[in-house]
Structures are given as C-alpha cells and as structure tokens.
Design a protein around this ligand. Sequence first.
Ligand SMILES: NC(=O)c1ccc[n+]([C@@H]2O[C@H](COP(=O)([O-])OP(=O)(O)OC[C@H]3O[C@@H](n4cnc5c(N)ncnc54)[C@H](O)[C@@H]3O)[C@@H](O)[C@H]2O)c1
Ligand SMILES: [Zn+2]
Length: 712
Amino acid sequence: METHTAPQTAEARLLEATHTLLQTVRQRDLEAIDRKEAEALAARLREVLNQHAYRYYVLDNPLIPDADYDLLMQALRKLEARFPELVTPDSPTQRVGGPPLGRFEKVRHPEPLLSLNNAFGEEDVRVWYERCCRMLAERLGQPVQPAVTAELKIDGLAMALTYENGVLSVGATRGDGIEGENVTQNVRTIPAIPLRIPVDPAVGPPPTRLEVRGEVYMRKRDFERLNEQLQARGERPFANPRNAAAGSVRQLNPQVTALRPLSFFAYGIGPVEGAEVPDSQYEVLQWLGRLGFPVNEHARRFEHLDDVLEYCRYWTEHRDELDYEIDGVVLKIDHRPWQALLGAISNAPRWAVAYKFPAREAITRLLDIMVSVGRTGVVKPVAVLEPVEVGGVTVSQATLHNEDYVRSRDIRIGDLVVVIRAGDVIPQVVRPVVEARTGNERPWRMPERCPSCGSQLVRLPGEADYYCVASDCPAQFVRLLEHFAGRDAMDIEGMGSQVARQLAESGLVRPLSDLYRLKLEDLLKLEGFAETRARNLLRAIEASKQRPLSRLLFGLGIRHVGKTTAELLVQRFASIDELAAATIDELAALEGVGPITAESIANWFRVEDNRRLIEELKELGVNTQRLPEEAPAAESPVRGKTFVLTGALPHLTRKEAEELIKRAGGRVASSVSRNTDYVVVGENPGSKYDRARQLGIPMLDEDGLLRLLGMK
Ligand SMILES: NC(=O)c1ccc[n+]([C@@H]2O[C@H](COP(=O)([O-])OP(=O)(O)OC[C@H]3O[C@@H](n4cnc5c(N)ncnc54)[C@H](O)[C@@H]3O)[C@@H](O)[C@H]2O)c1
Ligand SMILES: [Zn+2]
C-alpha cells in the first residue's frame, strides 16, 4: 500500500520547528514585537534550544550548525532583555553546557567553569572593551587602558585538570559548569596531557595544588582518519572534530579513548595553592608552558584595541591554515587583578569575550543534482540547493566533487544537507542530515551520457572522475575558451564566461585560433555588442598575442599543466616547438614534472588538431617563443640555501613562496636550526621567529625574498 504522508521522526520535527524559528527571527524585528507574542516566541525558542543543547552537550550529536544555534540563542537573549519577567530557570540563557551524563561519577568544581559571552563582529568587541574600561575606571577611581590577551578559540571541549603535588589527580569535563564528569581515566590516555608536572624537574617544585583549564581537541587530519575508520566499520561518523573529541573523552572504556587521537591546549587556571602565579593572563600561559603544558603558540598580548581587532580579522581569514578547528578568538583583559574587579554576570565572565567568526555552514534542501562539464571534459555533479545564506552570501549551487563522494556520504536528492563555504573555496555539500529523512529522498547516479554532446561518459581506471572524451563537445569548448581568456592565461579583458559562451555557441570561434580571426562585424552580430564594446574586445584580443609563452601554455588547457608547471616548462624549453618535440622521458626528467604530467603533455602534442592549432596561432601572430623576461635566472644566489617560512606573507601564499624558492634552487625546511640560511618572516610569526633571532639568522620579509630571487 502506498502512503502519501511521509513518516516524521522526532529529529525531522525538531528541524522543521528550528527552520521556522530561524525564519521568524531573521525576518521579524524583535525590538518591535509585543509582550504577548514575545512570550510565545520565547517559549518556543527555549524548547527548541534545550533540545539542541541536549543533543550537543549530552549526546555529542548536534543536528544543526552552531551559527543557527547561536542566532536563536541571541534572539532569546534579546527577548529576555526586553521582558526580564520572561526569564525562566530552565532558559538555556541561564545555564552553561549540559548536565553531566549519568555514566560517569560527578565532580563538583571548586570554582565554576563559566561560558563566554559572544561578540558577533567588531562593534560588539568595541562595546565589550569600552564597558570594561568604564567599569575599571569607576572601581579604580582613574581611567585605564587595559591590555588584552588574544587567544585562538579552539573548538573542542573544556577540561579541568587538577594536579596535587604535581601529580594529575582529576580530569573533569565542564558539565553544567558547577558539576562535571570525572573522566580522569580517559584523560590519562591523552599524550599531550602531562601526568606529572613540571615535566622538566629543573623548573622547580610543583604547586601543592593546581587546576589547569584547557581544551581537548582533535586535529582535522586525525578527525578525518577516525571518521574513515568508523565508516569502514559501519559505525556512525562524527559531525565535526569537536564532537569527535567530546565523544572520545566521554567514552566509558578508556581503551577506546586511548585509540582516539586527542590533543590538548592549556589556556587558563582555576584555584592554585603553593605557587606564585603571575598576575597577567599572558604570563600565566607562559608559566603553564614552562610547567610542561602545551600552550597555543598564537596567543598575543596587545596594548591597543585596534591591534586586537586586527588579530580577529587576521584569524578570520587564516583559520583554515591551522590543522585544528577554531570557531573564534577569545579576548581577555590581561591583568588578573582587574579581571577580579570586573567579575562575572550569571554564567559568563565580564573580563572575557569570544569573538565568533562569521558562519560558514548552513542547512538547506538539496533540490536536484545536475552535472557540469569542465574544460578537460571532466564531468562533476553539482548540487542545486534551495537558496541559503552562508557567511553573507546566498548559495544556490555547491559542488559534490564526484560520484564516489555522493555515494560514500549517501547524499540523496530531497535531503536536507549541510553546506559549507570556507574562504574563497567553492561551496560544498558535506553531508546529509540523515535524521531528517522522510523516505521520499532519491539516491543519485552519474548519467551515462554527456549532458552537452550526448557521448558516452568514461571513467578511467584509478580516477574518481568521469570524463566526456568527445573532442567536439560544445560544453568543453566553452570552458576551454573561458580558461584561455582567463586572467592567468591570455588575460583577455572583457571576455568573461558569458562572452565565451556567445562566441562558441554562435559558431564564431572554434577552434581557439578563430579568436584571432574575429572581425568587428562578427562581434556586432552578437547580443549586447555595440561598437565600443566590440572594438575594446578586439583590442584586448590583439594585445593577448604578446603574452609570455608560459601563459599560452597554461591557456591551452593541457591536463595537469597548471600555472606553475607551465612556467617550469618554459625555463627548459625556449619555444612551443621545442616543447612539442620533447619526449616523455625528457619531460619527466624535469624537476617538478611527474610522469603523469609528462605523458599528458606528450599526448597533447600528438593530437593532429592540436598541432594544427599551434601552427595557426603562430601564423596569426601569437607569441610562441620564450620572452626575455621568462629566461631562466643565471646562477642564482639562492641555490643550495635553506629557507624557513613563518607567518603569513602579504601577497604570496606559503605554497607559492616555497615554489619560488625551490624553483630558484633553494630548499625549504620546517624548523629553524643553525643550518638555516634565511628565515622569511610574515605577519604573526610563530616561535620560529624567536628561535631565528636567538640564533642570529638573517631574516627577510616578502619584499626581501623577491629581491633575493631577482624578481623585484
Ligand atoms: N549546534 C548545536 O546544536 C549547539 C547546541 C548547543 C551549543 N552549541 C554551541 O556551543 C557553543 C556554546 O557553548 P559554550 O557555552 O560551551 O560556550 P563556547 O564554547 O562558545 O565558549 C566557552 C568555551 O570556549 C572554550 N575555549 C576554547 N579556547 C579557549 C580559550 N583560549 N580561552 C578560554 N576558553 C576557550 C572553552 O572550552 C570554554 O568552555 C556555541 O558555539 C554553540 O553554537 C551548538
Ligand atoms: Zn560532451
């Protein structure tokens, strides 16, 4: 028998209620609604938030992105601020974390482990800092400008470690802030947590009693490996590294925890007896480091708020370069006696605030999966999504990588899915919310034929991707043309994807060489082309004839020949004809060119159409010779020298800088030693910088590096 009403699980109902609430709080002006409506809305928010908090804190299995939770929490806070009588004891705004799980013995914290208030943007940080200044001025009777310690907000779970006479005696989770769970047995299995302090006995006698607070977390790589293992065994993978860390610490069997790759960073202290504790947060971190605790190397102390904001901005952009997840930056008034003056309100200290990064994860409906054909013929599944805002941008399409990706994550059409958008990376669907399935979702398969030309798609052995191998596939050609004209290739201004499509679909351009045969009257026939625009485009096309050889090589779209490889090839081959004549062995012998790339290049030049294309380009006046500026550097001063990079450079990514150094014959090492010749220092350098200073090793900034390489 067929039923038309979808079965609804509790999770599906909760998600639906959440969705509705999210819409309400996004659309309504919470400052304007009346008391009666506020009461009803607050009740719904409480109910939904409490359910999510339970899933998150107790089950380690959240259903929704943190940003959605935070948004609802913020809404509830606003309502409660306007109508204080609406605050109930069971409101999630009044509590920290979740109740300790019955599975473990309970531990009462000698001093509560609080939560942190959030700052969603620079304005919130300013407001927080100014309030601190005002309160301190009042209490001290004179104006002060307190220094701030800024630390990364590691996304893991809070842990309180008690050491008695230097020996680890209790490890406790935060729980509800008052009582946590005794997870000492599990904590002992975490290699980064010292069992006895100080680790180096020369440091001196330990405090008689010390509570260290910090975060247990899991590195991204370890998290991925763990999930692969779990999936291979048919077990449920964790949603994110935080949940993986929390789930692993709260294992009943310490032997299982021992197998989980957990790490730890110490960030503060609780009660201490029998030791001089520095009165600055920043110095407490260093003290903890001396005792043998891992302390995050990126903590900084700033005198000025502007520098604090700069730090927040910096890490918003660079968070992906870390091999662990952070969800923000924690700012703390550095002077501890002043922290005490500021005190706490309900469940969070006034002297600290968590600057939260903008959201980059959202949940939305996967409406359909289509496939797109790339310039090399690669065919990729693309998710068609119900439009959703992620980090300030509306996303309606996202990549699904390849068929295996869709299958292994069991992503189905009709699913609610988690979408992430990280930095400049294309949005991607990461997983379905399986709990919300209604039974009407449809699994997806790669189509057998190319959606553009209808030819049979093939999957090469050992490759995850399908290809359309038809040489006359229109979709591929549009992409190739787009790529050829692109910024890093022939850089033809005014030839974006729209124009590329018009030129290809009208039949005006095909093959590529036709681009250099275009006439004014051809362009005037195209929609949107009046005389000025057409002339500009022709001029841009003409100018592209003089591009360096490496750009032409890159623009041809030979598989595996990226920008860097193209530049490398030009160092060795002075013209396209020389390159065309090279054997696979000659190519593979070049440093930086592997056998696969070598074969791909050789194969490309073997194709008759491609040979003809090169001849035509030459006849039409396109440069196919190495330009003087591309000539290989003479004996470089960098050859054989060892470089170490630290901090972020203003223009080059770390990879690019490494590539440049290697190409000039230098070596890149990961740590500073006496054998290091140069240290290249960027913004926010790490401990390598200090070490280099100690050893007196010459330092360069990006400019200095480029000059040394003869590029400036
Ligand atoms: N997705 C969901 O359903 C759901 C449900 C409940 C809570 N949450 C998430 O949980 C978080 C709120 O929980 P919270 O009250 O535990 O607060 P929090 O996690 O936002 O902040 C407090 C915690 O930050 C951690 N921390 C990391 N680095 C630190 C540092 N350098 N100094 C000090 N503390 C540091 C500590 O563990 C501390 O307990 C939010 O991010 C919220 O989105 C999500
Ligand atoms: Zn095709």
